[in-house]
Design a protein around this ligand. Structure first.
Ligand SMILES: [Mg+2]
Length: 373
């Protein structure tokens, strides 16, 4: 069969980032990616990129993805027809529980390959475009309130980004909230910020701060509480002060239904990796649409490869009213493709070439390949 999958292979790369990034639990200075190559019998090759914010985020890392793909998905999928996307997703779900980041990485490479088979961009295989470019919110993460305000002002002045998100969760809830209010006030009248504590805030302090966060015009509060605390999220949302966004707590279509029934989210943050791929992400957006919930295009901080996959999926969605945080390629100090994504005036363009529309730069892959593998 000319389109069947002949071989699946993986490589870990460590790409430097421009400045250290403060997450809730750690500071990072390089970003690790797992590249997946899917070679078809006809010689066409699809590329996928798997990366996670860190193993703290959902329990996966590039190393776990590599094992899952090499040991389990590769033998399972060799000889299969990559055009049967839904069957392949089902097969992966039956044979390997969870591990959505690994599944999404394989799916990405399959869409890239199938797009090349039909010579159409992946978005065409996903239902067609709704918009050609997507707004990007930049994450202010200098680790210091004044530094964040300064960076925000500079980016606005240079017409690069106009809306922002800040990372929180490293400090106690009250301290984090005070810093967020300080940054929001520092940017008042020219911009707005959302806050992402990555599930690290405590419920009671969050409730006490909702009025002041509202007064500071905070745009949204992303996953303030543990993803397991659905009741807490419902309580915060019911206060009608600051919209509550679900991120870590929203991965599967079942999570989407549960959050909607519990009225525990006002906005859905989508992420192709956490949901096991582009197709699942679009299904979640449809569930959100049915419930009148707007979406935000989340990122796992991918290079231009993974970011393209996000763009192909998000570009087909009509309820992406909160824009995106697809700034991965701008945040990294280097890229892995010959044709990096174009981001201008706070918007990033959906690539239009076949498949993901990006071309792997083999020299860069060799340069950043993890030598100790
Ligand atoms: Mg988040």
């Amino acid at each position: 069969m000319e389109h069947s999958i002949r071989k699946i292979s993986t490589i870990i790369v460590d790409v430097p980032i421009k400045r250290p990034h403060q997450f809730a639990t750690e500071i990072v200075s390089t970003k690790s990616m797992l590249l997946v190559n899917v070679e078809l019998a006809n010689g066409l090759v699809g590329v996928g990129e798997g990366t996670t914010p860190g193993i703290w985020w959902n329990g996966e890392s590039v190393e776990t993805m590599k094992v899952v793909i090499d040991q389990y998905f590769s033998p399972l999928l060799e000889g299969k027809d990559p055009r049967y996307t839904e069957q392949i997703l089902e097969l992966m779900d039956i044979h390997v529980r969870a591990n959505p980041f690994a599944k999404a990485t394989v799916e990405m490479a399959l869409y890239d390959a199938v797009g090349k088979v039909y010579e159409v961009p992946a978005y065409q295989l996903l239902g067609g475009l709704y918009q050609e470019s997507i707004e990007v919110k930049w994450a202010l993460a200098t680790g210091d309130a004044n530094g964040d305000i300064e960076e925000g002002k500079e980016l606005i002045e240079n017409n690069r980004y106009k809306d922002f998100k800040i990372k929180a969760g490293k400090y106690k809830t009250a301290e984090d909230a005070e810093r967020a209010i300080q940054i929001a006030n520092g940017l008042r009248g020219i911009s707005s910020i959302g806050i992402d504590p990555n599930g690290r805030w405590d419920r009671l302090t969050a409730i006490r701060y909702m009025d002041r966060l509202n007064d500071a015009d905070i745009d949204f509060l992303e996953q303030p509480l543990s993803p397991l605390d659905i009741e807490g999220a419902s309580e915060l949302s019911a206060m009608r002060k600051v919209p509550v966004m679900a991120d870590e707590g929203l991965a599967t279509v079942q999570d989407a239904m549960r959050l909607i029934s519990a009225k525990a989210a006002d906005i859905f943050s989508l992420k192709i990796h956490k949901s096991g791929g582009m197709r699942n992400t679009i299904k979640i957006a449809a569930i959100a649409e049915a419930a009148g919930i707007p979406c935000f295009g989340g990122t796992s901080l991918e290079s231009s490869i993974g970011t393209s996959a996000c763009l192909h999926a998000y570009g087909t969605i009509r309820n992406l009213q909160y824009g995106s945080e697809l700034f991965g390629p701008q945040w990294l100090a280097d890229d892995l493709v010959k044709n990096p994504l174009v981001c201008a005036e706070g918007k990033v363009q959906v690539p239009t070439g076949p498949g993901l529309g990006v071309e792997l730069d083999e020299e860069k892959v060799e340069k950043y390949r993890r030598k100790s593998e």
